[in-house]
Design a protein around this ligand. Structure first.
Ligand SMILES: [Zn+2]
Length: 460
């Protein structure tokens, strides 16, 4: 019998045995993809390969701020490892990145007593004069209170002591506080760290100046120090601080987005992107923000290849550069791939920490949401089936793609501990749990595989 004849016979036999046409959509995603999903989940959770890889990345290179040698060395290492993994089209795509450096910095309490405060300058901040700024402090709890006490703010260091509620609400003091303080006549701005728990460690993050106000130096104090200064003010004591910062912007630096693929077997031009950001702040190790998300996406694609699960469409892992100080990598990816964005089926990111996954946040149409929910139902054994529909991009680096109508999806995890460590010296490997990291890999792998393999393309 010729091979062709054998094939025909096999096909006839398959058709005879199948109760319904075998296309994925007609059988429903859960039935069509149960076996593939289970094998991806088993492979991801059988060992601590992903956690070990996060460890080699963060112990080997430390933190990875944009413009640093450590970031570029980490990128070189990831590219070499991806090639060893057998991924395809492994490359670094050039990106010009903001190059802000912190320099020496300090905040010293002068009155009512002398003490060193625990501080970190905010990313993008300007420097103080060399001798620093010594000024009385006005503590306010909110933008509204600053408005009421505007007359008191002139010539002062304004401290926003705003308790953490949600990240999106509280970080407004970090991003908008310095310009609000400057408009009120302040000479510098301090904020209470955007953190949901603290052991007196300050948390940095990007600030932004608006064009209508003078650019004044801006730093975060630890939660404890901000609360102490507030108590001193409430007792009627005059609070005076000397803030010294040597921060500056250097000329833009050269970096790269890391890109690697598993090329699709039927529709290689259609792409499902998944990734995280390879840069971090210049403190801690950037282990949960975002070495963990980067490695989870990378491992998801490595496991598909290892298991011989090559989807119909291409899966492309992208580790964006400089998310933290301007989303330069996310914007550059959109621009470089502008001609193929209509063939981007979905973009997925993990940038909320690789803790126990609970599901996904999805920005897309009704019909697409229904299919994503079906795919997520395959993650019941690891507890990651919830799909929350969102109107904005769930993560920063895929934001420029979502703006171009690419459906966007973010991995959601138990966020209890993330803002304890985020952007601080405490963001180190030991805070992560190997089994939780593995389940994040499984969740990303199953979702990316199903969406890349479905017979019909995910609708927009
Ligand atoms: Zn991040």
């Amino acid at each position: 019998m010729t091979p062709r004849r054998l094939l025909t016979l096999a096909t006839a036999l398959t058709l005879a045995l199948s109760p319904a046409p075998a296309s994925a959509q007609s059988r429903g995603i859960p039935a069509a993809y149960r076996a593939a999903a289970d094998s991806l989940i088993r492979a991801a959770t059988r060992d601590s390969a992903a956690y070990d890889r996060v460890g080699r990345l963060v112990d080997g290179f430390g933190h990875r701020p944009a413009g640093s040698q450590s970031l570029e060395a980490a990128i070189d290492w990831v590219l070499a490892e991806m090639k060893k993994d057998g991924l395809q089209n492994v490359r670094g795509e050039p990106v010009k990145v903001t190059h802000w450096v912190r320099g020496a910095e300090s905040a010293v309490l002068i009155r009512p007593r002398r003490d060193t405060l625990s501080m970190l300058g905010l990313g993008g901040s300007v420097a103080t004069p060399k001798a620093g700024i010594t000024a009385p402090v006005l503590v306010v709890s909110s933008f509204a209170e600053l408005e009421q006490r505007k007359a008191d703010a002139r010539g002062k260091l304004v401290l926003f002591d705003a308790p953490f509620t949600t990240y999106d609400d509280t970080r407004r003091y970090r991003t908008e506080g310095p310009s609000a303080a400057a408009r009120a006549g302040a000479v510098g701005c301090l904020i209470r760290s955007v953190a949901s728990n603290s052991i007196r460690s300050p948390h940095t993050g990007r600030t932004s100046y608006d064009s209508t106000a003078p650019r004044i130096p801006a730093a975060a104090l630890s939660v404890e120090d901000a609360m102490m200064l507030h108590r001193m003010q409430d007792r009627g004591e005059q609070v005076v601080v000397t803030l010294k910062m040597d921060a500056r912007d250097l000329p833009p630096a050269s970096s790269r987005n890391v890109v690697a693929e598993l090329v699709g077997r039927e529709m290689p031009d259609e792409v499902v992107v998944l990734g995280g950001h390879i840069d971090s702040w210049d403190v801690g190790q950037g282990a949960m923000d975002d070495a963990g998300g980067s490695v989870a996406a990378w491992e998801a694609v490595r496991l598909m290849r290892q298991l011989g699960l090559r989807p119909r469409r291409t899966v492309r892992v992208v580790l964006w550069t400089n998310e933290e100080n301007g989303v330069d990598g996310g914007k550059a990816y959109r621009d470089r791939h502008a001609g193929e964005l209509d063939r981007h089926v979905m973009a997925m990111e993990s940038d909320g920490g690789v803790f126990q996954p609970t599901g996904f946040a999805f920005a897309g149409s009704d019909s697409a949401t229904a299919l994503v929910r079906q795919a997520a139902s395959l993650l019941e054994s690891i507890g990651a089936t919830a799909v929350e529909r969102v109107s904005q991009s769930p993560d920063a680096d895929i934001g420029p793609l979502v703006e171009q109508r690419v459906p966007g999806i973010g991995l959601k995890v138990d966020g209890t501990r993330y803002f304890w460590y985020h952007h601080s010296q405490g963001d180190t490997l030991d805070k992560l749990d190997p089994a939780e990291v593995a389940r994040c890999v499984a969740a990303m792998a199953v979702m990316a595989y199903v969406i890349a393999d479905m017979q019909d393309r995910l609708p927009r």
